[in-house]
Design a protein around this ligand. Structure first.
Ligand code: FES
Length: 175
């Protein structure tokens, strides 16, 4: 039986209302990720105990879906829109400019200090802002659209985020 640390007790309380065999594995994973920004190994164990499942089964489900993180999130995620309207407006140029500024090779990479990542995103209807990205702070559950980017403004934005510029929620196209 693992040591009952304060963190473990908090996790246990967080998922205490889920019962074995009630089909709520995804809901339990979602709740933990919403609270901590990711699902730690300890959280996987606690969920497995609570639902009376094998830890490998819980891990398999969490690692199968892209929406679940198994590592702490970066401070900032830049979600680059790969949709058609953005591509028509030089989204690829925006992507390449951001990656080069941050010293990253491809989407999914993080900066050396782990603070900023750039990931692939899909159109969710903000096409009038094309080309655009979402700038997300996973631990703060906040996200904003930064739209009508040019290569130059994408570079300025990426530099600002890399250098820890303050994040103002809901503020659009400021770079
Ligand atoms: S295509 Fe980028 S927001 Fe719609």
């Amino acid at each position: 039986m693992p040591l009952e640390t304060e963190a473990r007790a908090e996790l246990r309380a967080l998922v205490a209302d889920f019962k074995p065999n009630d089909g709520k594995l995804m809901a339990a994973l979602h709740r933990v990720q919403h609270r901590y920004g990711y699902i730690s190994r300890e959280a996987l164990e606690v969920i497995a105990e609570q639902l009376e499942m094998f830890p490998a089964h819980v891990y398999g489900a969490a690692s199968f879906y892209d929406e679940y993180r198994l590592e702490p999130p970066p401070q900032t995620t830049i979600r680059w829109c790969s949709g058609p309207a953005c591509r028509l407006e030089n989204a690829n140029g925006i992507r390449d400019a951001m990656l080069a500024t941050l010293g990253l090779e491809e989407l999914g990479d993080r900066t050396e200090d782990g603070r900023v990542e750039v990931v692939n995103g899909q159109c969710n209807g903000a096409c009038e802002q094309a080309p655009m990205v979402w700038v997300e702070r996973p631990m703060e559950h906040s996200r904003r659209v930064v739209g009508k980017l040019t290569a130059a403004s994408a570079i300025r934005m990426a530099r600002g985020l890399r250098d820890g510029e303050a994040f103002e929620e809901g503020h659009e196209t400021v770079f």
